[in-house]
Design a binder for this molecule. Sequence first.
Ligand code: NAI
Length: 332
Amino acid sequence: MHKITLIPGDGIGPEVTFATKKIIDSVGVKIDWDIQNAGSHVIEQFKNPLPEHVINSIRKNKIALKGPITTPVGEGFRSVNVTLRKELDLYTNLRPIKTYSGIPTKYDNIDLVIIRENTEDLYVGIEHMVGDDAAESIKIFTRKGCERIIRYAFEHARKEGRKKVTAVHKANIMKCTDGMFLGIAKDISKEYPNIEFEEMIIDAMCMRLVQVPETYDVLVLPNLYGDIVSDLCAGLVGGLGFAPGANIGSKYAIFEAVHGSAPNIAGQNIANPTALVLSGIHMLRYLGELEASNRIENALSSVLQEGKVLTADIGGSASTTEFTDYIISKFD
Ligand code: NAI
């Protein structure tokens, strides 16, 4: 029996998390879900979108499946997502990007993994006004931060039998921060002679990803570039509805979709749960539940390929519930 913290989150969060829970429960994996509420809807009750007991639940269970959480823009609380990553030192953001047949996209054979540094860079949130008319934000890279994410990328490539690691940077302009990241990537790459290493400037990377995405395998990026390139890559494989993710540290892991709380469609039972279901599949693999994860992936693939029961974002008219139940009906 696995004990897992389940955070439904805001907006479409509860719809997609309970859909994913239903699919995982139906496949027969024994999970004791510890449901914990966090997000903008708990601020009034706890005076905090991320109450301490939620973090403690993850510390205890070591693993969480999480729905998206709304971040108020410009003022108020620090992003719950950024806080969780920092508090639990979840330094790796892993985002697999894969084309599934049946999903209308401009590309066929994309199968890459984005490995984004998750705790440093401009996301440390050290910003201030300089007088009324200027603002400053501090970009922080540490040797330890660069080393562990780059090493994670190479180890992941080795474990998954992947062939190439591309380090993405803007070291021509930011010679200290991005320059250090690139230098460390070059050094570590020498320890992995069987994995091809290449480096690419972030702007060129964006163009190449649009032109020849199928030629990339593992991308390792600092936080900000990783954030932006993740959405670009989600677009290559059918949109945010198909982009799963995981935040992984040395002690804890939180699995979540790349998309946000989608307030524009919340509460209508029309959200596409696929991204979180894919995150759930990766969570099951992380737990060693390979058979269950494969059964869910096969059922999901056959539903997408068949194209009869799909949510509105991918051209169908099924509700979240109908789509979920249809996946369950396809278990072999
Ligand atoms: P979003 O990802 O919530 O929505 C962007 C567009 O994609 C919207 O049109 C939405 O309807 C659509 N969309 C997203 N997920 C979908 C799904 N599963 N099925 C169908 N359509 C879907 O991005 P947005 O609007 O920029 O952010 C909304 C809120 O979510 C913000 O407060 C943001 O900070 C937060 N957010 C939270 C994340 C997290 O908790 N991991 C990640 C990204 C954003």
